[in-house]
Design a protein around this ligand. Sequence first.
Ligand code: SF4
Length: 352
Amino acid sequence: MKNSTRFSSLLLDWNRNSNDRQMPWKGERDPYLVWLSEIILQQTRMEQGLPYFLRFKESYPTVRDLADAPEDDVMRLWQGLGYYSRARNLHHTAKQIAYELKGVFPSTYHDIVKLKGVGPYTAAAISSFIFGERQAVVDGNVIRVLARVYGIDTPFDTTDGKKHFAQLAQELISVDHPGEYNQAIMDFGATVCTPLSPKCGECPFAGMCVAYNQGLIEDLPVRSKKIVKKERFFYYLVLKDEKEMVVSKRSGDDIWKGLYILPYIESDKAIRRNIGQAVSDYLGHKVKVAGYSKPYSQQLTHQSHQSVFIFVEGVDLQNVHIDGGVRVPLDKLSTFGFPKVVHLFLVENSLL
Ligand code: SF4
């Protein structure tokens, strides 16, 4: 048996006999719902993404429902999932499919990959699951499995590495069952050949796995560069009276675009002194700092955030003029979508 045929038949056997990973979109025939699940699961663990998928499916059962929804509603439903450009692209693409393509989802890899927010991985998943096209998915799970089974030490984040893994994945994918194969390799990487402590004892590839047989499991796959995270310090201003609070909508190309946050001062290092002066300068008149929240820390893939919320006294909200700033009745705050840390602060301070 050819090596590639052996790999795919071992994988399909494992899938049919041992894989019991249940997910609500498995076996789904509606490309809209598969697309929705794939976008939600990008950069997101299954357990975290699942409730979001169910909420979106319930709120927007068809692509037309999603297309017709106000952007603020979509962003609010996405709140807490991070990588908010996904939600904006999702909404944009839903409109494109609903209106320009008359509600018909594209049916080939070639056309699906042209949709905004859809990369090769998602296009391969949709085209293979729904339309039976032989397009291999390549993501971190797949790279890990292939690097270990075939002992590949080419760094996967280089041009050569990307090409190498994409070619091998395409060579290995089952001719007769490409959708099942793609689903199986994702599940296998997520449940058996995991980054730490893979379950080699129950692995069908153990006999042929180079990493297992040569003691290289912890060395594979290889990454060339270390991610250098940008550190950002956010000092959010709590500008409120008994009735209202100031929030502002994010625009521009930075993170959280489309969501609402509190007005803030940003720095690339911690501000230790004269924060009161910095707040007064920002607002354009003298105010008093009444207190601070605890620090909130958040790690994103390329950024590390430290946030503190500053309670400000002596502010006349009518005279706060901040770009994009709006006064919102306190009992309406829950209708806005906020990034995770801001949401957490508002909840912990009984404002949501
Ligand atoms: S033997 Fe271990 S390292 Fe190799 S593919 Fe199986 S689970 Fe992964």
